[in-house]
Ligand binder design. Structure first.
Ligand SMILES: *[C@@H]1O[C@H](CO)[C@@H](O)[C@H](O)[C@H]1NC(C)=O
Ligand SMILES: *[C@@H]1O[C@H](CO)[C@@H](O)[C@H](O)[C@H]1NC(C)=O
Ligand SMILES: *[C@@H]1O[C@H](CO)[C@@H](O)[C@H](O)[C@H]1NC(C)=O
Length: 289
């Protein structure tokens, strides 16, 4: 899936002036995407204007997105900055037709990392273009962990090469409590260490050439969750190599340089031979490079 989130950051410098209560931000050609705060929560909204898409901030942690086919969009509410110990509860409804997902989503700096804890998704599993890093059981559910490299792609700091970290819930759901810190610790154990400085941390709804509706309400449940919020997460510094240790290299056949390793409909090899990583060229074609 295209990294919509990366894209929207490029245009997010135009912060929408949210003057009135519960404003609606309606996508149309030329309307800049925006991010800011609303009723005590941080929100982000990006659209490429290819879809008929409406983002509405509801009360407190609520937002509603409706979209039609044709483009890319992502939006959601949460917090800025994120942190290593937040327990997030979210409720709501999520209907989609096609390629879409619902995820806890955020960024860190030092180093620059884009991360997703995918709770539900449509026709495309975002792990198909990433390197598998094993599984983790959090909140009584199994998630597949994965990592991918984004090479010279848009980011919160402009065009950069950076890592994406993923947890993808096998048993999809819409609504529940996510111990975000448990994912972060599992990622660190798998060699996927977040940066020291968090940017935002939201529950996002994304669509890609699809249609759907999300009506999601987020809340911070850190005090009522399973994580006491005191566990330090190992982080990496800018001088630490992002390269995963060789002990995590997957067993089995590996794709060679320039070979296909993923994409919609791909059922062949998904792991790349060292030192190559699987990179998305487009929705249908991912290549070891
Ligand atoms: C936002 O959209 C909803 C649903 O269409 C509408 O009822 C409400 O009046 C709109 N609010 C603003 C501020 O335009
Ligand atoms: C916090 O999480 C627990 C466990 O999932 C849940 O029962 C409770 O309703 C949540 N509380 C809030 C305020 O979200
Ligand atoms: C979103 O869901 C809430 C809770 O079910 C509901 O009260 C609200 O009317 C919904 N908003 C829209 C715009 O459908």
């Amino acid at each position: 899936m295209v990294s919509f989130a990366s894209l929207f950051l490029v245009v997010s410098t135009a912060i929408c002036a949210l003057a009135g209560p519960s404003p609606n931000i309606t996508a149309r050609a030329g309307t800049p995407s925006s991010e800011g705060t609303h009723d005590g929560f941080f929100y982000s909204w990006w659209t490429d204007n290819g879809a008929q898409a409406t983002y509405t901030n509801g009360a407190k942690g609520n937002y509603v997105i409706t979209w039609g086919s044709g483009g890319n969009l992502v939006g959601g509410k949460g917090w800025n900055p994120g942190n290593n110990d937040r327990v997030i509860t979210y409720t709501g409804s999520y209907q989609y037709n096609g390629n879409s997902y619902l995820a806890i989503y955020g960024w860190t700096r030092n180093p620059l990392i884009e991360y997703y804890i995918v709770e539900n998704f449509g026709s495309y599993n975002p792990s198909s273009g990433a390197s598998g890093k094993g599984t983790v059981t959090v909140d009584s559910a199994v998630y597949d962990m994965a990592q991918s490299t984004r090479t010279n792609q848009p980011s919160i700091d402009g065009t950069k090469t950076f890592q994406q970290y993923w947890s993808i819930r096998r048993n999809k759901r819409t609504g529940g409590t996510v111990d975000v810190g448990a994912h972060f610790r599992a990622w660190a154990n798998a060699g996927m260490r977040l940066g020291t400085d968090h940017y935002y941390q939201i529950v996002a709804c994304e669509g890609y050439h699809s249609s759907g509706t999300c009506n999601i309400t987020v809340s911070d449940n850190s005090s009522g969750g399973s994580n006491p919020g005191t566990t330090p997460i190992p982080t990496q510094t800018t001088t630490t190599s992002v390269t995963a240790p060789s002990t995590t290299a997957p067993a089995g056949p590996l794709q060679t340089q320039y070979g296909q390793c993923g994409g919609q409909g791909w059922s062949g090899l998904t792991q790349c031979a060292s030192p190559y990583t699987c990179n998305q060229v487009n929705q249908w074609y991912h290549q070891c490079s």
